[in-house]
Design a protein around this ligand. Structure first.
Ligand SMILES: *Cc1c(COP(=O)(O)O)cnc(C)c1O
Length: 338
């Protein structure tokens, strides 16, 4: 099977499993797991941020960030396609009692000017208090698009001026860093908190990390406990994260190259009407009226290729470290003959 459904389907390589088996562990609820501690220190240092905390999932890391930056009744501002709004089960409302002000961005990205227009006046008692801005890089529903860092700086300026916290959902931030030749530290300087997924393109089986100041992470530690996300000998999992950071960042360029190869083949495919620009490892495309989504997905399945639908006519393929160049050539051949 060639599984292009998501970069979350990756399984640990033997090198990764080896380092997991050998991990030095302790009870992380007492913050005494050396592997978890070293993963947290490693990422905090990489981003030049004060502190970090390991989470079982990216959703929990994002939700903890929303909770620590807001009070009930306040408002978070994000793009209409944001993962924190669309794909976290309504957690912002459920966990933190905040509403979301959605911006009509482009491929999941909005501008500083759009943000300025929706910030509520704190002195107007009719309006919810705007307290948090959250962006996503790369954008998931936006097809792996990367933000222009200059726009991020402009948004930061608006946040500072209006005393808004600024969170980055960096589930696939390393894909953006590699594609744009940017450094973790430039992001660490701008954001109050950043979440990073180790279980997507980086290939670990489990885990995300939230980065922030010592004060933020102290709050996050309590929130993680009350969300039920404090784990014991989590070092076996954290060891996979350390291995991923040491071995699987640079190779993301291959996933990006592979995604471009598939996009080129899709553009020539007789069923495809449009392919969105590919910047990283996600390909989003649309079919013409000669075939249904289900029929197209089934056709590929007959050739052992698995892909998914994101709704609204969007079909998605995602490349990752378990997809070899041979598999990509196979997909290209199938798309030519289909
Ligand atoms: C995958 C993802 C997350 C977190 O997802 P989990 O499955 O909970 O780890 C958060 N944001 C974005 C943009 C994602 O793609």
């Amino acid at each position: 099977m060639i599984n292009l459904i998501s970069d979350t389907v990756t399984k640990p390589t033997s090198g990764m499993l080896d380092s997991m088996f050998k991990a030095d562990v302790g009870d992380d609820v007492f913050q005494q797991d050396p592997s978890v501690n070293s993963l947290q220190e490693k990422l905090a240092e990489l981003f030049g941020m004060e502190d970090a905390l390991y989470f079982p999932s990216g959703t929990m890391a994002n939700q903890a960030a929303i909770k620590l930056h807001t009070q009930q009744g306040e408002q978070m501002i994000c793009d209409k396609w944001a993962h924190v709004y669309n794909f976290e089960g309504g957690g912002a409302a459920f966990n933190s009692g905040v509403s979301c002000r959605l911006l009509d961005g482009n491929r999941g990205m909005f501008t500083a000017n759009q943000l300025v227009e929706v910030i509520n006046d704190k002195d107007n008692i009719h309006l919810p208090i705007s307290s948090l801005v959250a962006i996503e890089n790369t954008t998931n529903k936006g097809g792996g698009a990367c933000w222009d860092f200059k726009e991020i700086l402009k948004i930061k300026e608006v946040c500072s001026k209006n005393k808004l916290s600024f969170h980055l959902d960096g589930a696939r931030l390393f894909n953006a860093l590699v594609a744009q030749d940017e450094s973790p530290k430039q992001y660490g300087e701008v954001f109050d908190t950043i979440s990073i997924c180790l279980s997507k393109g980086l290939g670990a089986p489990v885990g995300s990390v939230l980065l922030g100041t010592k004060e933020h992470i102290k709050k996050a530690l309590r929130i993680r406990k009350l969300f039920g996300g404090a784990m014991r000998q989590a070092g076996y999992l954290a060891a996979a994260g350390i291995y991923a950071l040491d071995n699987n960042i640079k190779r993301l360029v291959e996933d990006h190259k592979h995604a471009t190869m598939i996009a080129t083949a899709l553009q020539k495919c007789r069923f495809v009407v449009e392919v969105e620009p590919v910047e990283t490892n996600i390909i989003i495309f649309y079919l013409n009226s000669t075939i249904s989504e289900t029929a197209f997905i089934e056709k590929l399945k007959d050739d052992d290729i698995l892909i998914s639908s994101m709704g609204e006519g969007k079909l998605r393929m995602v490349t990752h470290l378990n997809i070899s160049i041979d598999m990509i050539e196979n997909v290209v051949r199938v798309l030519e003959l289909i």
